[in-house]
Design a protein around this ligand. Structure first.
Ligand code: KIV
Length: 292
């Protein structure tokens, strides 16, 4: 079993998120994909951590979320679980792991709970996903829905572009969101939806809505860890705000290390170990005498 750190406060529950929505207190979610990232998110006091399938691009080097496998996601999610105690932990079901049937969806969701310790799982789209979400909820696993720009099926949406730009398109987003809410989702992600559309849809929803590129009217915000910290050099969506330049600091740190190794400035005496007094002389004598 995982050695989780001791809780540094009361754990965030589904009721906490509902309460925050009712109280008008913004919900903070961030993605994380490994143990140090999870520890940083917990230390920063976020409400929820999503091990997003954005891991495919941010940490695994794929060019979309489509190729990432359940096993890859489970390994990353379990590492995050070992780093978070207080925030709610949501695992992202990857493309192809839940769409085919309710049975497939439930089986995959159960793996995320059983093998990676998730509190909840996330699924993308309305349409046939609504039945999958209902089946997972019926199996006792909380589900977060995700509408608007759904990267797993971005091709069918005409690429990575904002959704709900016309009244009809925004109504489709609302219909998907309502269907997922009615299927029992405890919360929804709204991705890349114009602010006016979000504002028009929000009154119809009673569950917390966490936005990414959906304006300020949602009940909370989520950003991708690597985007907000400035790690990586991939495409940056317009909704991303950089709060740090960690990638540049990483490169500078490794370059400084490489420089010191090449100049023989590192390691310095304080980075080494000493033999017990007199033992170095004894060793030299021993090695000289042995003829080795
Ligand atoms: O995979 C992910 O990181 C996500 C968030 C952008 C919501 O789905």
């Amino acid at each position: 079993m995982s050695a989780r750190p001791p809780a540094s406060g009361p754990s965030v529950t589904f009721a906490t998120l509902a309460h925050k929505k009712a109280a008008g207190e913004p919900i903070v979610m961030v993605t994380a994909y490994d143990h140090p990232g999870a520890r940083a998110a917990e230390a920063a006091g976020v409400d929820a951590v999503l091990v997003g399938d954005s891991a495919a691009m941010t940490v695994l080097g794929y060019d979309s979320t489509v190729p990432v496998t359940v096993d890859e996601m489970l390994m990353l999610t379990a590492a995050v679980r070992r780093g978070v105690t207080v925030p709610l932990l949501v695992g992202d079901l990857p493309y192809g792991s839940y769409e085919a049937s309710d049975e497939q969806a439930v089986r995959t969701a159960q793996r995320f709970v059983k093998e990676a310790g998730c509190d909840a799982v996330k699924v993308e789209r309305g349409g046939t996903t609504v039945a999958r979400a209902r089946a997972i909820v019926a199996a006792g696993i909380p589900v977060m829905g995700h509408v608007g720009l759904t990267p797993q099926t971005a091709g069918a949406l005409g690429g990575y572009r904002s959704q709900g730009r016309t009244a009809e398109a925004a109504r489709r987003v609302r219909d998907d969101a309502l269907a997922l809410q009615q299927a029992g989702c405890f919360a929804l992600v709204f991705e890349a939806i114009p602010d006016e559309a979000t504002r028009a849809i929000m009154p119809a929803l009673s569950v917390p809505v966490i936005g990414i590129g959906a304006g300020p009217a949602t009940d909370g915000q989520v950003l991708v860890f690597h985007d907000l910290l400035g790690i990586g050099d991939g495409h940056r969506a317009r909704f991303v705000k950089r709060y740090a330049e960690v990638g540049a600091a990483m490169t500078a740190g490794i370059a400084a290390y490489a420089d010191e190794v090449r100049r023989r400035a590192y390691p310095a005496p304080e980075h080494g170990y000493a033999m017990t007094a007199g033992e170095a002389d004894r060793l030299r004598g021993m090695l000289a005498g042995s003829g080795d």
